[in-house]
Design a protein around this ligand. Sequence first.
Ligand SMILES: [Cu+2]
Length: 176
Amino acid sequence: MTLMPLRAAVWALAVSAVLGSATASAHDNKQAAAHSTHSDAARSEPFGQPGLAKKVARTIAITLSDTMRFTPDKLSIRQGETVRLRITNAGRIPHEFVLGTREELAEHAQMMRQMPGMIHNDASSVQVAPGKSADIVWQFSKSGEFLFACLIPGHREAGMEGSVTVTVTKPPVRRK
Ligand SMILES: [Cu+2]
């Protein structure tokens, strides 16, 4: 359970930076924690790790819409592949893209309900303003089934969720 407090702290920092002082004061202690652990930001997650731009194998364009959908909403990735997710908000209201395990997203959604207006911005999540795009470069170093969702209250519930399948690829057969 060391993961969640750290992420909570990082997000609280982002919220403090964006919202007014009334909210910021409530997060001062977490803000300090976020500073002290900031160098951990590039660590690996159960669903992979931040990728290097020079290792990007392909770019996948994902559109976020006010109909509470991601297009596409299913991604297929080979284990080890580094991809650039180019996330475009085609709607008129803010949306976000948060990548994670099913369990993590459920916990994050709970936090969002407690802290409305919270902004997700770290290596595996981004909030995108209407008409804007943002990139996430991610290496899917672990196989499995993962999710992405918009955790703005009400959006995921309305269907704003997608899945990532990371498949193990066999090493190439070497012939002599
Ligand atoms: Cu949304």
